[in-house]
Design a protein around this ligand. Structure first.
Ligand code: GTP
Ligand code: MG
Length: 402
């Protein structure tokens, strides 16, 4: 595997470990690096934007991976205008009105009957399946409730619905788990034990994967906005080189969030972009790389192979992949689950980001995802703005659904 080159430094060793092709492709395709420096207040919060939009930093050719990072020009501090649009905070209850309305319609007939009979179970089954909970999860929940009604521990329709809600909350809580936040985040893990001293600190990498249009780029932008606001130094990696517009879209999120960005050329090697972002992040003391990826390539096999490679390359020291987030569009319902399985087989997914739960989504898909995929839903998208992303909260979610 390793060529006949003597590794003289850890950087070179990294280059070899990743494979010469990455370095060569980065150099040949010309990975474009744009770094923006922003001042931070003592709290680590992004600076207050002022003045007109500044001129874009001129793209500079990335040096080969082995080169000293000081060869990259750093643009001066750039002021970014932020539109002050007052918006109501994203909450499950506030944004899931449509899903709630739909379920309420079905539950209305259950409530109207006052007693639990055969029709009650039929209505409940229909309500849950229509809400996208899925057949397997619906059967499991109803079997449990039937047994408890038979045993006399649930009496009456209202008690039955309360028990259903409690069952859903506990089913959703069982598999739930939060994000693996980087060291340095107020709620993050403790710093690892001190090493011998000359080792480069690790850079956490979160990969965002999923089919086209589900909301990967938007989610990367929202996560960047949130974490930069919490004092984390974030580097974005524009790993969707399939379309030029994808890089531009992420560039806008970089400006909005105050995160730096590494972009590649259209058609370039996405692994090289992610690799370069990790190198830059390490050299400049960033805590976290958020890597966007393409949702489509010429065919599905290419896409999956590409993702495997990105994951491998991103995990080479100093990079370490701490989250692989599968982004799913809640409005695609059960179809989204079938797509998801392809990704699970290819990359070790650590959690799901469920987007567009504010729209026409029926909500119950969350239950199906945790049950069918065995993956925690970690984040939920409730709109298109930077603040429209919330941690998944089972009680608040179930409360909003009913
Ligand atoms: N209502 C709503 N819209 C969303 C949400 N998340 C993303 N979107 C919208 O969905 C559309 C697609 O989002 P993108 O982020 O471009 O999706 P993508 O997965 O990066 O798409 P590709 O790059 O084509 O693979 C955009 O119009 C987003 O604004 C959400 O939580 N709610
Ligand atoms: Mg995208």
């Amino acid at each position: 595997m390793i060529g006949p080159v003597v590794a003289a430094s850890s950087d070179v060793a990294v280059g070899l470990a990743v494979g010469i092709p990455v370095v060569v492709v980065a150099a040949v395709t010309g990975v474009v690096v744009r770094l923006r420096r922003r001042g931070r207040g003592p709290s680590g919060a992004p600076p207050v934007p002022a003045g007109p939009p500044s001129v874009e930093a001129a793209p500079v050719e990335a040096a080969p991976v082995e080169a000293a990072p000081s060869s990259v020009e750093v643009a001066p501090v750039e002021a970014v205008p932020v539109e002050a649009v007052p918006v109501e905070a994203a909450t499950f209850r506030g944004r899931m009105g449509k899903a709630r309305g739909l379920l309420a319609g079905y539950l209305g007939s259950v409530r109207s009957r006052q007693r639990i009979d055969g029709a009650t179970w039929d209505d409940l089954e229909e309500a849950l399946i229509r809400a996208d909970v899925g057949v397997g999860a619906t059967d499991a929940v109803l079997d449990d409730l039937r047994a408890r009604v038979k045993a006399g521990s649930i009496v009456g329709v209202e008690a039955l619905l309360d028990a259903l809600k409690a069952d859903l909350v506990s089913a959703l809580s069982a598999g739930s788990s939060g994000l693996h936040l980087p060291v340095g985040h107020p709620a993050g893990r403790d710093a690892p034990a001190a090493s011998d001293g000359d080792e480069e600190p690790a850079v956490d990498v979160w990969l965002f994967v999923g089919v086209n249009g589900v909301g990967k780029t938007t989610t990367v932008g929202k996560v960047a906005s949130r974490l930069t606001g919490e004092g984390i130094r974030v580097m974005l990696a524009a790993g969707d080189t399939f379309r030029a517009a994808a890089g531009e879209q992420l560039e806008l999120w970089s400006q909005r969030s105050g995160a730096d960005i590494v972009r590649g050329t259209e058609g370039g090697d996405p692994s090289a972009v992610v690799f370069d972002a990790v190198q830059r992040a390490a050299a400049r003391g960033h805590d976290l790389v958020l890597a966007d990826t393409a949702g489509r390539l010429h065919n599905k096999v290419n896409l999956i192979e590409e993702l495997k490679k990105i994951r491998r390359v991103a995990g080479r020291a100093p990079g370490r992949v701490t989250e692989v987030l599968l982004v799913l569009d809640a409005t695609t319902g059960q179809n989204g689950l079938a797509q998801a399985k392809v990704f699970l087989d290819a990359v070790e997914v650590t959690g799901v980001v469920l987007t567009k739960l504010d729209g026409t989504a029926k909500g119950g898909i969350v239950v199906a995802i945790q049950r069918e995929l065995g993956l925690p839903v970690k984040l939920v998208g409730l709109g298109e703005g930077p603040d429209d992303l919330v941690d998944f909260d089972p009680p608040a979610f179930v409360d909003a659904l009913f």
